[in-house]
Design a protein around this ligand. Structure first.
Ligand code: HEM
Length: 393
Protein backbone atom coordinates (compact mmCIF):
# COMPACT_ATOMS: atom_id res chain seq x y z
CA UNK A 1 0.00 0.00 0.00
CA UNK A 2 1.40 3.37 -1.00
CA UNK A 3 -0.14 6.67 0.06
CA UNK A 4 0.42 9.23 -2.73
CA UNK A 5 0.04 11.91 -0.03
CA UNK A 6 3.20 10.73 1.70
CA UNK A 7 5.40 9.99 -1.32
CA UNK A 8 8.55 12.13 -1.06
CA UNK A 9 10.99 13.44 -3.68
CA UNK A 10 13.67 11.29 -2.01
CA UNK A 11 11.49 8.14 -2.43
CA UNK A 12 11.01 8.92 -6.10
CA UNK A 13 14.67 9.65 -6.71
CA UNK A 14 15.77 6.43 -5.01
CA UNK A 15 13.45 4.12 -6.97
CA UNK A 16 10.18 5.38 -8.44
CA UNK A 17 9.20 2.11 -10.13
CA UNK A 18 7.47 0.34 -7.18
CA UNK A 19 5.54 3.57 -6.55
CA UNK A 20 4.49 3.79 -10.21
CA UNK A 21 3.45 0.11 -10.23
CA UNK A 22 1.17 0.66 -7.24
CA UNK A 23 -0.27 3.86 -8.69
CA UNK A 24 -0.99 2.20 -12.06
CA UNK A 25 -3.02 -0.48 -10.27
CA UNK A 26 -4.76 1.62 -7.62
CA UNK A 27 -4.64 5.36 -8.41
CA UNK A 28 -3.58 5.91 -12.03
CA UNK A 29 -4.29 9.66 -11.80
CA UNK A 30 -3.10 10.68 -8.32
CA UNK A 31 -2.30 13.99 -6.65
CA UNK A 32 1.22 13.94 -5.20
CA UNK A 33 1.64 16.88 -2.79
CA UNK A 34 5.44 16.55 -2.66
CA UNK A 35 5.55 17.73 -6.30
CA UNK A 36 2.23 19.61 -6.30
CA UNK A 37 1.17 17.78 -9.46
CA UNK A 38 -1.21 15.03 -10.54
CA UNK A 39 0.79 11.99 -11.57
CA UNK A 40 -0.51 10.05 -14.58
CA UNK A 41 1.00 6.57 -14.72
CA UNK A 42 -0.90 4.30 -17.16
CA UNK A 43 0.23 3.95 -20.80
CA UNK A 44 -3.23 4.68 -22.25
CA UNK A 45 -3.66 7.91 -20.27
CA UNK A 46 -0.09 9.13 -20.85
CA UNK A 47 -0.23 8.46 -24.58
CA UNK A 48 -3.64 10.07 -25.07
CA UNK A 49 -2.71 13.17 -23.02
CA UNK A 50 0.53 13.67 -24.98
CA UNK A 51 -1.51 13.67 -28.18
CA UNK A 52 -4.17 16.05 -26.84
CA UNK A 53 -2.61 19.52 -26.42
CA UNK A 54 -6.06 21.15 -26.24
CA UNK A 55 -6.82 19.40 -22.94
CA UNK A 56 -3.20 19.04 -21.79
CA UNK A 57 -1.30 22.08 -23.12
CA UNK A 58 2.47 22.28 -22.87
CA UNK A 59 2.19 25.85 -21.63
CA UNK A 60 1.73 25.93 -17.86
CA UNK A 61 1.72 28.86 -15.46
CA UNK A 62 4.68 29.06 -13.10
CA UNK A 63 6.64 26.44 -15.08
CA UNK A 64 9.99 25.45 -13.56
CA UNK A 65 11.24 24.92 -17.13
CA UNK A 66 10.45 28.51 -18.17
CA UNK A 67 11.95 29.80 -14.93
CA UNK A 68 15.14 27.81 -15.54
CA UNK A 69 15.52 28.58 -19.24
CA UNK A 70 14.65 32.27 -18.98
CA UNK A 71 11.31 32.25 -20.84
CA UNK A 72 9.04 30.09 -22.96
CA UNK A 73 10.71 27.58 -25.26
CA UNK A 74 9.37 25.29 -27.99
CA UNK A 75 8.55 22.79 -25.25
CA UNK A 76 6.41 25.13 -23.19
CA UNK A 77 4.33 26.64 -25.97
CA UNK A 78 1.69 25.07 -28.21
CA UNK A 79 0.54 25.34 -31.81
CA UNK A 80 2.23 27.75 -34.22
CA UNK A 81 4.52 29.48 -31.66
CA UNK A 82 5.94 26.05 -30.75
CA UNK A 83 6.40 25.08 -34.42
CA UNK A 84 8.12 28.38 -35.14
CA UNK A 85 10.61 27.67 -32.35
CA UNK A 86 11.23 24.06 -33.54
CA UNK A 87 11.80 24.84 -37.20
CA UNK A 88 15.29 26.43 -37.01
CA UNK A 89 16.70 23.20 -35.54
CA UNK A 90 15.37 20.99 -38.33
CA UNK A 91 18.16 21.50 -40.79
CA UNK A 92 20.72 20.23 -38.23
CA UNK A 93 18.73 17.49 -36.50
CA UNK A 94 16.58 15.88 -39.18
CA UNK A 95 17.68 12.34 -40.11
CA UNK A 96 19.28 13.20 -43.44
CA UNK A 97 21.34 16.02 -41.90
CA UNK A 98 22.50 13.79 -39.03
CA UNK A 99 23.47 11.02 -41.46
CA UNK A 100 25.37 13.49 -43.63
CA UNK A 101 27.35 15.22 -40.89
CA UNK A 102 27.55 13.20 -37.68
CA UNK A 103 28.67 9.55 -38.16
CA UNK A 104 32.36 10.45 -38.50
CA UNK A 105 32.12 12.79 -35.49
CA UNK A 106 30.45 10.10 -33.34
CA UNK A 107 33.12 7.56 -34.38
CA UNK A 108 36.01 9.89 -33.68
CA UNK A 109 34.69 10.88 -30.24
CA UNK A 110 33.92 7.25 -29.31
CA UNK A 111 37.36 6.10 -30.53
CA UNK A 112 39.17 8.79 -28.51
CA UNK A 113 37.30 7.96 -25.31
CA UNK A 114 37.79 4.20 -25.79
CA UNK A 115 41.56 4.73 -26.22
CA UNK A 116 41.74 6.31 -22.76
CA UNK A 117 39.77 3.48 -21.16
CA UNK A 118 41.81 0.82 -22.96
CA UNK A 119 45.06 2.33 -21.79
CA UNK A 120 43.87 2.31 -18.18
CA UNK A 121 42.49 -1.26 -18.43
CA UNK A 122 39.05 0.01 -17.41
CA UNK A 123 37.20 3.05 -16.18
CA UNK A 124 33.77 4.58 -15.61
CA UNK A 125 31.71 4.23 -18.77
CA UNK A 126 29.34 7.02 -17.71
CA UNK A 127 31.85 9.81 -17.09
CA UNK A 128 34.69 8.62 -19.35
CA UNK A 129 32.74 7.34 -22.34
CA UNK A 130 29.06 8.16 -22.74
CA UNK A 131 29.23 11.68 -21.24
CA UNK A 132 32.16 13.02 -23.28
CA UNK A 133 30.73 11.50 -26.47
CA UNK A 134 27.28 12.95 -25.74
CA UNK A 135 28.28 16.49 -24.78
CA UNK A 136 30.99 16.90 -27.42
CA UNK A 137 28.70 15.56 -30.19
CA UNK A 138 26.10 18.16 -29.34
CA UNK A 139 28.71 20.92 -29.02
CA UNK A 140 29.80 19.99 -32.53
CA UNK A 141 26.22 20.14 -33.87
CA UNK A 142 25.61 23.53 -32.26
CA UNK A 143 28.94 24.91 -33.45
CA UNK A 144 30.59 25.54 -30.06
CA UNK A 145 33.00 22.56 -29.95
CA UNK A 146 36.08 24.79 -30.15
CA UNK A 147 34.83 27.16 -27.43
CA UNK A 148 33.79 24.96 -24.50
CA UNK A 149 35.35 21.84 -22.97
CA UNK A 150 33.54 18.64 -21.99
CA UNK A 151 33.65 19.28 -18.22
CA UNK A 152 32.00 22.70 -18.68
CA UNK A 153 29.27 21.17 -20.84
CA UNK A 154 28.55 18.49 -18.22
CA UNK A 155 28.23 21.25 -15.60
CA UNK A 156 25.91 23.23 -17.89
CA UNK A 157 23.66 20.22 -18.17
CA UNK A 158 23.67 19.66 -14.40
CA UNK A 159 22.74 23.31 -13.73
CA UNK A 160 19.93 23.41 -16.28
CA UNK A 161 18.61 20.00 -15.14
CA UNK A 162 18.58 21.17 -11.50
CA UNK A 163 16.51 24.19 -12.56
CA UNK A 164 13.91 22.48 -14.75
CA UNK A 165 13.17 19.78 -12.19
CA UNK A 166 12.98 22.27 -9.32
CA UNK A 167 9.27 21.79 -8.60
CA UNK A 168 10.03 22.18 -4.91
CA UNK A 169 11.64 25.67 -5.46
CA UNK A 170 14.91 24.78 -3.75
CA UNK A 171 17.11 27.90 -3.64
CA UNK A 172 20.42 26.02 -4.08
CA UNK A 173 19.15 24.43 -7.31
CA UNK A 174 17.80 27.79 -8.53
CA UNK A 175 21.14 29.54 -7.91
CA UNK A 176 23.15 26.80 -9.62
CA UNK A 177 20.86 27.03 -12.64
CA UNK A 178 21.05 30.81 -12.94
CA UNK A 179 24.86 30.79 -12.68
CA UNK A 180 25.10 28.23 -15.46
CA UNK A 181 22.54 30.13 -17.53
CA UNK A 182 24.63 33.30 -17.36
CA UNK A 183 27.70 31.35 -18.51
CA UNK A 184 25.80 29.94 -21.49
CA UNK A 185 24.52 33.40 -22.43
CA UNK A 186 28.07 34.77 -22.39
CA UNK A 187 29.51 31.85 -24.39
CA UNK A 188 26.98 31.83 -27.25
CA UNK A 189 26.29 35.56 -27.52
CA UNK A 190 29.26 36.20 -29.88
CA UNK A 191 27.86 33.55 -32.25
CA UNK A 192 24.48 35.28 -32.29
CA UNK A 193 26.18 38.60 -32.98
CA UNK A 194 28.32 37.25 -35.79
CA UNK A 195 25.62 35.25 -37.57
CA UNK A 196 23.09 38.08 -37.20
CA UNK A 197 25.42 40.06 -39.49
CA UNK A 198 26.65 37.15 -41.62
CA UNK A 199 24.23 34.20 -41.87
CA UNK A 200 26.13 30.92 -42.35
CA UNK A 201 23.47 28.17 -42.25
CA UNK A 202 24.56 26.98 -38.77
CA UNK A 203 22.05 26.18 -36.02
CA UNK A 204 22.64 29.53 -34.28
CA UNK A 205 22.39 31.40 -37.57
CA UNK A 206 19.07 29.71 -38.39
CA UNK A 207 17.81 30.58 -34.93
CA UNK A 208 18.69 34.26 -35.05
CA UNK A 209 17.05 34.60 -38.46
CA UNK A 210 13.88 32.67 -37.54
CA UNK A 211 12.22 35.74 -36.07
CA UNK A 212 12.14 39.54 -36.47
CA UNK A 213 13.25 42.39 -34.27
CA UNK A 214 16.46 43.73 -32.80
CA UNK A 215 19.36 41.40 -31.99
CA UNK A 216 18.42 41.60 -28.28
CA UNK A 217 14.81 40.63 -29.01
CA UNK A 218 15.92 37.75 -31.19
CA UNK A 219 18.35 36.45 -28.57
CA UNK A 220 15.69 36.55 -25.84
CA UNK A 221 13.28 34.70 -28.14
CA UNK A 222 15.80 32.05 -29.18
CA UNK A 223 17.80 31.46 -26.00
CA UNK A 224 15.24 29.38 -24.02
CA UNK A 225 14.87 26.95 -26.95
CA UNK A 226 18.64 26.75 -27.44
CA UNK A 227 19.05 25.99 -23.72
CA UNK A 228 16.38 23.34 -24.09
CA UNK A 229 18.41 21.72 -26.87
CA UNK A 230 21.46 21.87 -24.61
CA UNK A 231 19.46 20.27 -21.84
CA UNK A 232 18.00 17.49 -23.98
CA UNK A 233 21.09 16.89 -26.04
CA UNK A 234 24.00 17.32 -23.69
CA UNK A 235 23.49 14.41 -21.44
CA UNK A 236 20.37 12.38 -22.06
CA UNK A 237 22.10 10.16 -24.63
CA UNK A 238 24.81 9.60 -21.99
CA UNK A 239 22.28 8.57 -19.38
CA UNK A 240 20.63 6.25 -21.89
CA UNK A 241 24.00 4.81 -22.93
CA UNK A 242 25.02 3.95 -19.35
CA UNK A 243 21.68 2.23 -18.77
CA UNK A 244 21.91 0.23 -22.00
CA UNK A 245 25.49 -0.88 -21.31
CA UNK A 246 24.56 -1.85 -17.75
CA UNK A 247 21.57 -3.85 -18.99
CA UNK A 248 23.74 -5.78 -21.46
CA UNK A 249 26.48 -6.42 -18.90
CA UNK A 250 23.97 -7.85 -16.44
CA UNK A 251 22.28 -10.07 -19.08
CA UNK A 252 25.15 -12.14 -20.51
CA UNK A 253 22.92 -14.19 -22.84
CA UNK A 254 21.60 -11.00 -24.45
CA UNK A 255 25.09 -9.51 -24.59
CA UNK A 256 26.32 -12.63 -26.43
CA UNK A 257 23.39 -12.40 -28.84
CA UNK A 258 24.20 -8.76 -29.67
CA UNK A 259 27.91 -9.53 -30.06
CA UNK A 260 27.22 -12.34 -32.49
CA UNK A 261 24.54 -10.40 -34.40
CA UNK A 262 25.33 -6.65 -34.41
CA UNK A 263 22.05 -5.97 -36.25
CA UNK A 264 20.54 -6.35 -32.75
CA UNK A 265 22.33 -3.19 -31.50
CA UNK A 266 19.36 -0.89 -32.32
CA UNK A 267 17.01 -3.25 -30.44
CA UNK A 268 19.35 -3.31 -27.44
CA UNK A 269 19.34 0.51 -27.49
CA UNK A 270 15.55 0.84 -27.71
CA UNK A 271 14.92 -1.75 -24.98
CA UNK A 272 17.32 0.06 -22.62
CA UNK A 273 15.59 3.38 -23.29
CA UNK A 274 12.23 1.72 -22.57
CA UNK A 275 13.40 -0.06 -19.41
CA UNK A 276 14.68 3.15 -17.81
CA UNK A 277 13.57 6.30 -19.61
CA UNK A 278 16.33 8.94 -19.25
CA UNK A 279 13.57 11.59 -18.99
CA UNK A 280 10.84 10.02 -16.90
CA UNK A 281 8.04 12.55 -16.70
CA UNK A 282 6.64 15.39 -18.75
CA UNK A 283 4.81 18.38 -17.30
CA UNK A 284 1.55 19.59 -18.81
CA UNK A 285 -1.21 22.02 -17.90
CA UNK A 286 -4.88 21.07 -17.74
CA UNK A 287 -7.71 22.85 -19.57
CA UNK A 288 -10.82 23.76 -17.51
CA UNK A 289 -13.31 20.91 -16.89
CA UNK A 290 -10.88 18.16 -17.93
CA UNK A 291 -11.20 14.66 -16.56
CA UNK A 292 -8.88 11.72 -16.95
CA UNK A 293 -10.02 8.21 -16.06
CA UNK A 294 -12.38 8.64 -13.09
CA UNK A 295 -10.74 11.85 -11.92
CA UNK A 296 -12.13 15.35 -12.54
CA UNK A 297 -9.00 17.47 -12.50
CA UNK A 298 -9.42 20.76 -10.61
CA UNK A 299 -8.99 24.11 -12.35
CA UNK A 300 -5.35 25.16 -12.34
CA UNK A 301 -4.12 21.58 -11.92
CA UNK A 302 -0.84 20.44 -13.47
CA UNK A 303 -0.10 16.86 -14.48
CA UNK A 304 3.11 14.96 -15.02
CA UNK A 305 2.76 12.33 -17.69
CA UNK A 306 5.05 9.60 -16.42
CA UNK A 307 6.50 8.02 -19.56
CA UNK A 308 8.84 5.84 -17.50
CA UNK A 309 5.79 4.29 -15.84
CA UNK A 310 3.91 3.91 -19.15
CA UNK A 311 6.97 2.10 -20.52
CA UNK A 312 6.50 -0.56 -17.83
CA UNK A 313 2.72 -0.86 -17.97
CA UNK A 314 1.89 -4.60 -17.98
CA UNK A 315 -1.26 -3.95 -20.01
CA UNK A 316 1.07 -3.07 -22.88
CA UNK A 317 4.34 -4.86 -22.17
CA UNK A 318 3.04 -8.01 -20.47
CA UNK A 319 4.09 -9.65 -17.20
CA UNK A 320 7.82 -9.13 -17.87
CA UNK A 321 7.48 -5.36 -18.28
CA UNK A 322 10.01 -4.71 -15.50
CA UNK A 323 12.71 -6.79 -17.17
CA UNK A 324 15.25 -5.85 -19.82
CA UNK A 325 14.55 -8.23 -22.71
CA UNK A 326 15.72 -7.53 -26.24
CA UNK A 327 13.67 -10.50 -27.47
CA UNK A 328 10.28 -9.12 -26.41
CA UNK A 329 7.84 -8.33 -29.24
CA UNK A 330 8.82 -5.04 -30.85
CA UNK A 331 6.72 -1.96 -30.23
CA UNK A 332 7.39 1.74 -29.69
CA UNK A 333 8.16 3.08 -26.21
CA UNK A 334 7.40 6.60 -25.00
CA UNK A 335 10.91 7.64 -23.95
CA UNK A 336 11.04 10.25 -26.73
CA UNK A 337 7.36 11.15 -26.03
CA UNK A 338 4.76 11.29 -28.79
CA UNK A 339 2.59 14.05 -30.24
CA UNK A 340 3.54 17.64 -31.05
CA UNK A 341 6.55 17.72 -28.69
CA UNK A 342 8.07 14.43 -29.85
CA UNK A 343 11.82 14.72 -29.17
CA UNK A 344 13.46 16.80 -31.86
CA UNK A 345 16.82 15.10 -31.18
CA UNK A 346 15.64 11.48 -31.27
CA UNK A 347 17.46 10.60 -34.46
CA UNK A 348 20.66 12.31 -33.29
CA UNK A 349 20.47 10.43 -29.97
CA UNK A 350 19.68 7.07 -31.54
CA UNK A 351 22.45 7.34 -34.13
CA UNK A 352 24.94 8.33 -31.43
CA UNK A 353 23.91 5.51 -29.07
CA UNK A 354 24.03 2.84 -31.77
CA UNK A 355 27.56 3.91 -32.70
CA UNK A 356 28.67 4.11 -29.06
CA UNK A 357 27.33 0.65 -28.13
CA UNK A 358 28.65 -1.00 -31.31
CA UNK A 359 32.13 0.48 -30.90
CA UNK A 360 32.26 -0.35 -27.18
CA UNK A 361 31.47 -4.03 -27.80
CA UNK A 362 33.82 -4.24 -30.80
CA UNK A 363 36.73 -2.74 -28.88
CA UNK A 364 36.43 -4.81 -25.69
CA UNK A 365 35.60 -8.50 -26.16
CA UNK A 366 36.15 -9.07 -22.41
CA UNK A 367 34.12 -6.06 -21.22
CA UNK A 368 32.65 -6.71 -17.76
CA UNK A 369 31.46 -4.84 -14.67
CA UNK A 370 34.18 -4.00 -12.17
CA UNK A 371 33.36 -6.29 -9.20
CA UNK A 372 34.37 -3.48 -6.80
CA UNK A 373 32.07 -0.89 -8.38
CA UNK A 374 28.48 -0.74 -7.20
CA UNK A 375 25.91 0.42 -9.75
CA UNK A 376 23.23 2.70 -8.31
CA UNK A 377 20.43 4.37 -10.26
CA UNK A 378 19.18 7.78 -9.12
CA UNK A 379 16.46 10.20 -10.14
CA UNK A 380 12.87 10.18 -11.29
CA UNK A 381 12.64 13.06 -13.75
CA UNK A 382 16.16 12.30 -15.03
CA UNK A 383 17.27 8.75 -14.23
CA UNK A 384 20.42 6.75 -14.92
CA UNK A 385 23.23 4.89 -13.17
CA UNK A 386 25.40 7.33 -11.22
CA UNK A 387 28.53 5.53 -12.46
CA UNK A 388 29.39 2.38 -14.41
CA UNK A 389 32.82 1.02 -13.55
CA UNK A 390 34.13 -1.66 -15.92
CA UNK A 391 37.21 -3.78 -16.51
CA UNK A 392 38.25 -4.30 -20.11
CA UNK A 393 41.50 -6.29 -20.23
C1 HEM B 1 18.29 9.48 -25.25
C2 HEM B 1 18.26 10.79 -25.38
C3 HEM B 1 17.03 11.64 -25.31
C4 HEM B 1 15.84 11.41 -24.68
C5 HEM B 1 15.43 10.21 -23.86
C6 HEM B 1 14.97 12.55 -24.94
C7 HEM B 1 13.66 12.65 -24.51
C8 HEM B 1 12.81 13.67 -24.84
C9 HEM B 1 11.43 13.76 -24.45
C10 HEM B 1 10.70 12.75 -23.61
C11 HEM B 1 10.92 14.91 -24.96
C12 HEM B 1 9.48 15.43 -24.83
C13 HEM B 1 9.36 16.50 -23.79
C14 HEM B 1 7.92 16.92 -23.56
O1 HEM B 1 7.04 16.58 -24.35
O2 HEM B 1 7.66 17.57 -22.55
C15 HEM B 1 11.99 15.55 -25.65
C16 HEM B 1 11.86 16.77 -26.28
C17 HEM B 1 12.95 17.44 -26.77
N1 HEM B 1 14.23 16.97 -26.95
FE1 HEM B 1 14.90 15.15 -26.45
N2 HEM B 1 15.65 13.43 -25.71
C18 HEM B 1 16.91 12.92 -25.97
C19 HEM B 1 17.89 13.49 -26.74
C20 HEM B 1 17.80 14.73 -27.28
C21 HEM B 1 18.83 15.35 -28.06
C22 HEM B 1 20.14 14.67 -28.48
C23 HEM B 1 18.40 16.62 -28.35
C24 HEM B 1 19.08 17.70 -29.13
C25 HEM B 1 19.98 17.48 -30.03
C26 HEM B 1 17.08 16.77 -27.76
C27 HEM B 1 16.31 17.90 -27.83
C28 HEM B 1 14.99 17.96 -27.46
C29 HEM B 1 14.17 19.14 -27.63
C30 HEM B 1 14.63 20.48 -28.14
C31 HEM B 1 12.88 18.82 -27.20
C32 HEM B 1 11.64 19.71 -27.19
C33 HEM B 1 10.81 19.41 -28.41
C34 HEM B 1 9.51 20.18 -28.42
O3 HEM B 1 9.01 20.58 -27.35
O4 HEM B 1 8.96 20.39 -29.49
N3 HEM B 1 16.75 15.61 -27.13
N4 HEM B 1 13.13 14.80 -25.58
Amino acid sequence: MIDPGSVTVADLERDPYPIYAWLRDHAPVAYVPALDVWMVTRWADVESALNDPDRFPAHVEDSPTDEALGGVSMMTTDGEPAKQRRRPFDSTLRPRAVEATMPAVFERLCGDALDVIEEAGGGDLLTQYFEPVSVLSLAHAIGIADKVDGATLVRWFAGLAAGVSNYEKDTTKATFCSEVSAEIDAAVRPLFERTFEEPDGSMISNLVHATDGSLEERISWAMPSLKLVLLGGLQEPAHGGATIAHCLLTHPDQLDAVRSDPSLVPTAVEEGLRWTAPIGNLLRGVAPRTSLGDVDLPDGARVILVVSSANRDREIWGPTADEYDIFRPRRTHLSFATGPHYCIGHHFARAQLRTAIRMLLDRFPRLRLDPLGEVTYRGHEYRSPTSLAVDVD
